[in-house]
Design a protein around this ligand. Structure first.
Ligand SMILES: Nc1ncnc2c1ncn2[C@@H]1O[C@H](COP(=O)(O)OP(=O)(O)OP(=O)(O)O)[C@@H](O)[C@H]1O
Length: 208
């Protein structure tokens, strides 16, 4: 069995004087998909931000790829994160956003054409992202994360805005990613998506 590339031990986070996470543990090996579930405010996004090095825990330990996560170039070379909608570049179309990711990250997992087709945006490749629907923009955000090489994929509610028909396709894309040896950690309200991915569940309870 492959060694863990994400480990979270006894993690505690206090924000504005309130305990948001308390004694949280999580681990992931290459090839695993972890689904963090729990009610609104349970701390799912906070935990993902901790894994991404964007939030420092008040206590406990986090290792991602054999070290504490750090919001630094070397870390982001191996880690892809899809959370809130990204800033779209003025004047660049859908296809050009994918080309830009491929030009920065050498050795893409798929071509821009394959990514456009995977997320059903092939006919909209010249449009500016802001002229797409919410769900189409979410598909593009996912494609921009999936097209580049990475070892860890962090997703905050990847199902946001997606229609029911696309969710099984997203599950298949995530299974493919994990099948290549990546680890996925996603916060989700979609038990269907988690199940379709064969994800291991981590159910968070509100800490206070
Ligand atoms: N910057 C902040 N300052 C103070 N409290 C915060 C901050 N960010 C989040 N919180 C609080 O932390 C708790 C957890 O928030 P978080 O966004 O992690 O929950 P979540 O499980 O992702 O919720 P949802 O399902 O609604 O996305 C909430 O009670 C929220 O109000």
């Amino acid at each position: 069995m492959r060694a863990e590339i994400i480990t979270v031990r006894h993690v505690r986070v206090d924000l504005a004087g309130h305990r948001v996470l308390d004694d949280v543990a999580l681990s992931a090996r290459p090839g695993q998909i972890i689904a963090i579930t729990g009610e609104n405010g349970a701390g799912k996004s906070t935990l993902l931000r901790c894994l991404a090095g964007l939030q420092t825990p008040t206590g406990g330990e986090i290792d991602v790829l054999h070290g504490p996560p750090a919001d630094a170039a070397a870390f982001w070379r191996d880690v892809a994160f899809v959370a809130d909608e990204p800033a779209w570049y003025p004047g660049l179309g859908v296809r050009e956003h994918l080309d830009m990711v491929l030009s920065v990250h050498q050795g893409g997992r798929m071509s821009a054409e394959a990514a456009l087709s995977a997320v059903d945006l092939a006919g909209r490749d010249e449009r500016h992202p802001l002229t797409l629907s919410t769900g189409q923009r979410q598909r593009l955000s996912l494609a921009m994360a999936l097209i580049r090489p990475s070892r860890v994929l962090l997703l905050d509610e990847p199902e946001r805005g997606l229609d029911a028909a696309f969710r099984p396709r997203l599950a298949a894309l995530l299974r493919d990613y994990a099948g290549e040896g990546g680890a996925v950690v996603m916060a989700t309200h979609s038990l269907d998506l988690a199940e379709a991915c064969g994800a291991v569940h981590l159910a968070l309870e509100p800490a206070s």
